[in-house]
Structures are given as structure tokens and as C-alpha cells.
Design a protein around this ligand. Sequence first.
Ligand code: ZN
Length: 392
Amino acid sequence: MPTVRLFDDTPYETSFAGTVVSAQPGAREGTAQIVLDRTLFFPEEGGQTPDRGTLHGFPVIDVQIKDNVITHTVQAPSDAFVPGAEVRGEIDWSHRFSNMQNHSGEHILSGLLHSLYGYDNVGFRLSDNTVTLDTSGQLTDEQLRDLERRANEVVYRNVPIHCEYPSPEVLKTLDYRSKKPIDGPVRIVTIEGVDVCACCAPHVRRTGEIGLIRILDVLHTKTNMRLTIVCGMRALEETQKEQAQLMAVSHLANAPRLSCSDGVQHLLDEILSLKEQLKTDDIRYVDTRLREIDLLESGRSARSLWVFEAPMNVLAQRNFMNQLCERGYRFAGVFTGSDEEGWHYLIGSRADDARIPGDLLRKEFGAKGGGKPAMVQGTVHAAQAAILKMLP
Ligand SMILES: [Zn+2]
């Protein structure tokens, strides 16, 4: 026997009584699969997640439909339900109403996409976190903003929404959107003057109840487009989260809320100019150090030279190492960083193979890095004294 779908005619009811048809232990321990003669619980169907709530006082964790029979998975022992007995069910109204707002909002958008651009809805997903709709064509950002504005105008017009099962004769005369051919009676959802669509889900009575409709994101595939949308209370919650982010950025960038990207750009420009300044300073510093080294090392025979420095611009570090290599050392290495934070090293050699000290650092201290005979680079976490003791 098909389950009577109470939500078809009375989507605003929140509690009901039904007779237990069957009660089986569920696949997961401590759960039961309950079939009633009728239910207010909308099952997972048409891309929409199921209703939540309680049945006979026990939490309903899933609702599925197969061959027109609706099965509730309940967190309860199956013997808590006796076939033939009447039980009461309560649906989670805020969850249901949110789904109704989002689903009706989606119909408005899909209806407008169809009437304005001839696009079909080729996919729909209404979960507790996101609502996405896939369309058979693409729109520009400007067209999307226009679509969003038109959808909200339908909300303000507060148009009635009708859900009904027309007779086969009437159905034949209707021009309606449908994702797939349907066997048996077809439920038609009509938003007056906006959209006619085959749909199995509960909807709000008038478009005014949907509240704000927002298009949050668009993802273009080759020929299609996936819109992430949000309606009603969810749209308000999303807007409040965005507002909090906007205010935070506005304070950080010290710029007005609606032009805070200018403030962020200003900060980025400042960072870039400071980085340039640091690079110039580092290059100057390397010149000074080279003069010191030349004074210190003059007259000594060429051997390897290892210098340890505070963090510096990587181009300056490279220039430092190259300049040392020019002076004929067997190996010249520049380590920047600290014993605590670790060292970033560049080791060069003109006459030998820089991979020799590089391999030593890897074997001895687990350094990460590599390179070619002329130069190796990497990072090592060890103390300067320990590194010096081991290097050739
Ligand atoms: Zn629908």
C-alpha cells in the first residue's frame, strides 16, 4: 500500500497521527525502520534532504521512499512500535519551513531562467547546508544580478503558489517544466504568472513567505552553470555572517565598509613597497659583509667559508653566496635564520660539488633540500655550532 503523503495537502501541519504498518530492526543497532499508513515526513526525494522530527517520541534520523512506500528510520528499538497501533509524529518545523522557502525560491529562479533564456534546470540539491541548481546554459555576472532582482520582485508581488494533481486530461493541456518523465499522477506546482513545474516537495503558500532570494556563487562548466543560492532565513543568516566579515576587514583595513577593498589594496601596496625596501637594505648589508670578509680572509688560503645571518631577502642571500663563490672558496654557504627557527641555506661551489655538504646536512640533521653541483639549497633544523662542526 502506498503511504499517504499528508505533506502534499497540509504542508503547514507539524503533527499527525498514523497507524504502524510495519516495524523492523534497522541496519544500525538501536534503530528501527517504521512504515505508517500516512505521514507528514517528507522523504529524501527530488534532490531534497528529508524532514527531521520525532515519531512516537523517538528521533527520526532518515526518511526514504521506495515504490511509493515511505520508511522512517527512527532511533528506537523496533518493539517500541506495534503494527496496528496509532503513533504521533512531530516534524521539525523550522527545518521544514527553511526547506520550503529555499525550494520555492529555486522554482522562481528556475522558472525565470526558463522563460527569459530558455534554460532548463538539469540538477537540484537542497541539503541542510547548501542549495545548488544546475542550468543548461550560462549567464554573465550582469545577467545573474538581473535574474536575482527579478526573482526578488516575484517575492514582493506575493504571488500565490498552488500544488495539485491535475487530471490526465488537464495535464495534457499544461506546459510545465519537468526534469524527467513521471509514471503515475503528476504533482504540479504553479507560481502564478512565473512558473509551472512538476514537483513532489512542500512549498510555501505565497511567494512573500520566501523572503530574500540570493545567488551566492556561480560555477561555470563547459556549457552549464551551477548556482549556489540561499533563500529566506538562511539568506538572512548568510548576510549576517558576511556583514561580520565585512566589518572585520573594514576595521583591519581602516576603510569604510563598502570600499574596504580599496583599503586592502592600499595595505598590499604598502607591503610590496616595504618588501622592496627590505631587499635594497639586504643587498647593501651583503656588500658591507663582503668587505668585512675580504679584510678578514685576505692572505689566507682558499678553503670553505660558511656564514650565518639573520633572515634576509632570498635574492640578497643568493647574491651573497655567488659573490663568495667568485672568491674561489671550495664551498661557500650562506645560512639565514636562527637556531630556534631553523636555517635556510644556499651552498655554492665553482670547482667542487655543492651536493657534498648538502648530503652531509641531510644525513646528519635530516635537512630538506637538494640541487646541482654548482648550488644546493634547503632548510635545516640544527644549531649553528653543530652545523659548523660537521661541514667540510
Ligand atoms: Zn521542486
